[in-house]
Design a protein around this ligand. Structure first.
Ligand SMILES: Cc1ncc(COP(=O)(O)O)c(C=O)c1O
Length: 327
């Protein structure tokens, strides 16, 4: 098909490209799946579309209704695009930590924004999930609930996983992804493992997130980190631990350097989570025995949402006063 009925049909089928220079010094093939080439600029377009369509089908989302979601920005952007097209109102609950670029973009796309403080515990009335539930009642709306909504992981099982399978002609050996909700990793990972049980699924987790700790030893003490969109301070329902083979922890410094390297060495302009995931994929390649294995990193979003954070020199200087990054 050369043309689409709507922008919703242009979601998915993102390209896979070979990384020839990034993370050199290994004997394997390193690939990147460019989720930032979705129309809303991230992997989250996929779940926005599927969750809305399922809610329309089962009557939870009525014509002209209000959509409510807690989001690091990208899910909101995907939802805003589809809400505009289909005539819904959108309210997004966004953590203080999210970059101004993404908040501005959400506003531009017509979403109402509620900013919440970081560091609130689950159950606290100011935790973003509590606020989302409250607003849903007040507006008689539909709470998308990407962390627990099974239609999130399901679309990665139904679509993202099969895309990777076809694009690699079944030659994929390892996939590396981050987990915000866990949907990408759980859905695509499960599909690929069912197709080929030897496929390994690797979690790239920022140091400070509890997900890698939960996976390894059950510890749950969260810390602070600057990477956006992945890592977590609670266990989301879409994070299916059984799909993961191992977790690689990545520091903020490694994530930022990898994001710069992706640009410099491959012309791939990713966000902070892309840096984190690419750094983990390169580490995985270096640790992998044998030769010629195909390691595929799923890069969730692009760098334009981070022009006032990781791609801003003064912001970087403030966050890393003793570190000089190579650009
Ligand atoms: C920038 C970014 N990267 C990665 C992810 C993680 O994707 P998932 O929710 O499928 O785990 C998200 C979303 O949470 C995100 O916003």
């Amino acid at each position: 098909m050369a043309v689409f009925e709507s922008v919703a049909d242009a979601i998915g089928n993102t390209p896979v490209v070979k990384m020839k220079r990034f993370g050199a010094q290994h004997n394997h093939n390193l690939w990147a799946k460019l989720e930032y080439l979705n129309p809303g600029g991230s992997v989250k377009d996929r779940i926005a579309k599927n969750m809305i369509e399922q809610a329309e089908r089962n009557g939870k989302l009525k014509p002209g209704g209000t959509i409510i979601e807690a989001t690091a920005g990208n899910t909101g952007i995907g939802l805003a695009m589809l809400a505009a097209m289909r005539g819904y109102k959108l309210i997004t609950i966004v953590s203080q930590k999210v970059s101004h670029d993404k908040v501005k973009l959400l506003k531009t796309l017509g979403a109402e924004i509620v900013i919440t403080p970081t560091g609130k515990k689950m159950g606290d009335p100011d935790h973003f999930l509590s606020i989302a539930r409250r607003l849903t009642e007040e507006h008689d709306g539909w709470f998308v609930d990407q962390f627990y909504n099974p239609d999130n992981a399901q679309v990665h099982y139904d679509v993202t996983g099969p895309e990777i399978w076809e694009q690699t002609e079944g030659e994929v050996d390892v996939i590396v992804a981050g987990a915000g909700t866990g949907g990408t990793l759980s859905g695509a990972g499960r599909f690929l493992k069912e197709k080929k049980p030897s496929v390994k699924v690797i979690l790239a987790d920022p140091v400070g997130s509890i997900l890698a700790d939960l996976y390894d030893d059950g510890r749950t003490t969260p810390g602070q980190y600057i990477v956006e969109g992945i890592g977590q301070d609670f266990l989301p329902g879409n994070f299916h631990k059984d799909v993961i083979d191992f977790a690689i922890r990545v520091t903020d410094e490694q994530s930022v350097q990898a994001a710069y390297d992706l640009m410099k060495l491959e012309g791939l302009f990713g966000g902070s989570s892309s840096g984190c995931i690419a750094a983990a994929a390169a580490a995985c390649c270096r640790g992998l025995e044998g030769t010629g294995k195909n390691v595929l990193a799923i890069l969730p979003d692009g760098g334009r949402g981070y022009m006032s954070t990781i791609y801003d020199d003064s912001w970087i200087k403030e966050k890393f006063p003793n570190k000089t990054f190579e650009r």
